[in-house]
Design a protein around this ligand. Structure first.
Ligand code: ADP
Ligand code: ZN
Length: 756
């Protein structure tokens, strides 16, 4: 009897052989979900492969059940999961899990298809009595009782075709009992049909036509089209470097149109935060219902249905964040990773994959085109392009006005000096420079809009005692607590814990606590004082936790009901508002001095992306960057979007220190409820990896940037070197040499984003 090798779901790598009973033979193919016995329990898993016999010596048990229909996981995806398991050192079961929609992860195999059904009603044709069930043999329609006057009236309302039972009864005020009697009499038929839970059901989206591309866009489109199947044989991944507002999205849209014309499907990945109604509208208005939207705010039912629309081939284009990379698109022709530099493509739990990198691997496996697009590409992708591993396509002009905004860098050290004007932030230095205030006033006069970025939420990032210097910190986490004015509490941004501001200093008893530093709430409040007539809104995590509030704020801004939008990095990304002619960055240094070898790169990206929000329409824009490091290259070059120049300088430094992209960078995090246990385990782990070898550089073990989080202590060890196989080998050796015990957990993050 044939045998199936089954990988079990779960966090431990386990695969077992099972006999395939004849009645399950057709469905038990690689990629199919199965139910199997394991000891006395039942487990679920996925068929990896089939073979004629097993090398297992004992007696094989048979499969219990197989999910009917086409296998859930296609062969290329199955191979991709195997690759991920190996590369990211993650259990295979968890890699596969990442590819399945939520319902399929949890529902029992064979327990139904998960679609929602609704009851329908239709008329039974008198000549069609055989189906009516109530009137005996065919041709005996005369035996059917004549409908009463009321029933005839209802039949008249029914008309031809099927109606929804509930809607029909509601519309025509018919009692369900009446319908039941009509069914018994063989007058109507009650059936069921699958009702699609459509995430866009409530939206009306008008169709859009392709724009006329400019020369640069046309050249980019040609390069992508040349890489589509069936021509994609040896084509390379394409890095589309287009400045902000250069019209990358229009290029993606037309490339997808060409893929569809070739009967291929496409996947578009966007960062979660830019999966706004605006983005969705751009894709749906061009392609209509062949677009499936897969984002995390969908209910499980909607996600299930969108997944199945792709799986069945009814939908051909998947748009979504990171996990949409695994969408079951048939005949995949194109993968687009928009804003490919975004850290949100990296999953921060096992498997710790980067969807941008896995996209390249999936494209190779499916022999399809892959486009990585950004105004500020990751240095990894930029280097891959410069050594010829990727093909580089550039858009250097804005699609509408043609030119980038003009920028002013304001040195806040000078502005803050006595007599220099500007608006002080209540004992915490300056919030608004004079330059910025004047620029905003002009915008208000002309009815144009302003966006202000400060990447720090709350009112004040810390509360300190002016007498002894004591700072309020979280009990569970090693971070300062921020003061939030809205609800007048101290809040931990790591674990969410909150408490009241102490009336007196808990250390020295001094009566007054000082609110130090500036957060978005304070910026909003100062702006209201400065510009009393302006309509001001704030967008940050505190106001967007409610579902769709993000959407509402943006749609008011788009409609011109807001003059000034204050926000954290969530306003810096991907938004396209033509009436915004001023972008202000209040504290461009904020991300410069964090302990991360990518600090400069992140600062460059944030400043350049924010600057890119201004002047996207017909009118030119201005950018004002407030900083205390007016000479830092990351800030100066970002202000004028001089990406290539920034990348060249930054790459020199990375190469000297052997940081990515000149090496692979792994971060091991050791967690324990005991600080000592975590620290000593980390030290032993580092010894087991081995120091001072030519092939790798070991970072000294030390506390993580947030040493304690939610009551758990965390120590980290970094490991970098040119060859990922060597690093994998060292990490495995260390894990095997000193098994984690007690409450210690060890997580290896391959190609980690943070740390350094
Ligand atoms: P990016 O994604 O590169 O930042 P977008 O795709 O958002 O840029 O385009 C910026 C703006 O330019 C959008 O409003 C878009 O409709 C417009 N646009 C793009 N291409 C063209 C074109 N060929 N002709 C006219 N307008 C265009
Ligand atoms: Zn906390």
């Amino acid at each position: 009897m044939p045998v199936a090798r089954v990988a079990l779901d779960g966090a431990v790598d386990r695969a077992f052989d099972y006999e395939i009973p004849p009645e399950l033979d057709a469905a038990a193919v690689p990629g199919a979900r199965v139910l199997v016995p394991l000891g006395r329990r039942e487990e679920q898993g996925t068929v990896l492969s089939r073979r004629d016999a097993s090398d297992f010596a004992g007696v094989l048990k048979p499969l219990r059940a197989v999910e009917p229909g086409d296998p859930a996981v296609s062969l290329p995806l199955l191979r991709l999961a195997l690759w991920m398991a190996r590369y990211y050192m993650a259990p295979f079961g968890l890699c596969l899990r990442a590819m399945l929609p939520p319902r399929m992860r949890s529902a029992r195999v064979g327990s139904g298809d998960g679609f929602a059904r609704e009851r329908t009603i239709s008329r039974v044709d008198p000549g069609d009595a055989s189906e009516s069930g109530g009137a005996g043999a065919s041709g005996a329609s005369g035996a059917r009782p004549e409908p009463t006057a009321r029933q005839a009236e209802i039949l008249g309302w029914l008309g031809e075709g099927e109606s929804l039972l509930s809607g029909f009864c509601r519309t025509w005020h018919v009692a369900p009992e009446t319908i039941r009697r009509m069914e018994e009499a063989g007058l109507v038929r009650i059936g069921t049909r699958i009702c699609r839970r459509d995430p866009l059901a409530a939206r009306r989206i008008a169709p859009s036509a392709p724009l006329r591309l400019n020369d640069e866009q046309s050249a980019a489109l040609r390069a992508i089209v040349a890489a589509l199947p069936p021509d994609s044989g040896s084509s390379k991944p394409i890095l589309l470097h287009g400045i902000t507002g250069s019209g990358k999205t229009e290029v993606y849209l037309q490339a997808i149109a060409e893929a569809l014309a070739r009967d291929c499907g496409a996947i578009v990945l966007v960062p979660e935060i830019s999966l706004t109604p605006q983005t969705i509208r751009r894709f749906v208005s061009r392609f209509g219902p062949v677009v499936a939207v897969l984002h995390s705010q969908l209910g499980p039912g909607e996600r299930h249905d969108e997944w199945h629309r792709l799986h069945s081939g009814e939908a051909r284009v998947a748009v979504g964040p990171r996990s949409a990379l695994f969408a079951p698109v048939r005949r995949l022709g194109l993968i687009v990773v928009d804003e490919e530099h975004e850290p949100s493509y990296k999953q921060d739990e096992t498997p710790r994959y980067n969807a941008r990198d896995v996209a390249v691997v999936r494209a190779r496996a499916e022999k399809c085109a892959v486009v990585l697009g950004s105004a500020t590409p990751s240095l990894e992708s930029w280097r891959n392009a410069s050594i010829g591993k990727y093909a580089l396509v550039s858009l250097k002009r804005r699609a509408t006005s043609g030119c980038l905004p003009s920028t002013t860098i304001v040195d806040m050290r000078v502005e803050a000096s006595p007599g220099a004007g500007g608006v002080p932030g209540g004992g915490s230095g300056l919030i608004f420079s004079d330059t910025l205030v004047r620029a905003i006033r002009t915008r208000l006069e002309y009815g144009e809009q302003t966006m202000l970025l400060l990447n720090r939420r709350g009112w004040a990032p810390r509360v300190a005692c002016p007498a002894c210097g004591h700072v309020e910190t979280c009990e569970n986490c090693s971070v300062r607590m921020a003061y939030h004015r809205d609800d007048d509490v101290l809040r931990c941004h790591v674990c969410g814990a909150w408490r009241r501001v102490p009336a007196v200093c808990p250390e020295c008893g001094a009566p007054e606590q000082r609110l130090a530093g500036v957060g978005t709430q304070r910026v909003e409040s100062v702006a209201r004082t400065l510009f009393p007539k302006a309509r001001i809104e704030r967008m940050d995590l505190d106001v967007t936790t409610r579902k769709s509030s993000h959407e509402e704020i943006l749609s008011r801004f788009r409609a011109g009901k807001t003059d000034i939008l204050v926000g954290t990095q969530m306003i810096a990304k991907g938004l396209d508002f033509p009436n915004v002619t001023l972008a202000g960055i209040l504290d461009a240094d904020a991300s410069l001095c964090v302990p991360d070898f990518r600090a400069s790169e992140r600062t460059f990206q944030l400043v350049a992306q924010m600057a890119g929000r201004a002047g996207r329409g017909e009118r030119p824009g201005d950018v004002i960057v407030q900083t205390r490091s007016p000479d830092a290259p990351a800030i100066v070059l970002a202000a004028r979007e001089a990406y290539a120049e920034f990348a060249a300088a930054e790459l020199v430094e990375r190469e000297e220190l052997l940081y990515p992209p000149f090496s692979r960078f792994c971060l091991v995090t050791v967690r324990s409820a005991s600080r000592d246990a975590a620290e000593s385990y980390a030290a032993r782990f580092a010894d087991a990896i081995g120091r001072d070898r030519p092939d790798w550089i070991l970072g000294e073990p030390g506390p993580a940037p947030i040493e304690k989080s939610n009551g758990v202590w965390r120590f980290q060890i970094s490991l970098r070197g040119p060859d990922s196989d060597v690093l994998h080998g060292r990490l495995r050796a260390a894990i095997n040499a000193i098994p984690a015990n007690g409450d210690i957990s060890v997580a290896c993050d391959i190609d980690a984003l943070g740390g350094g």
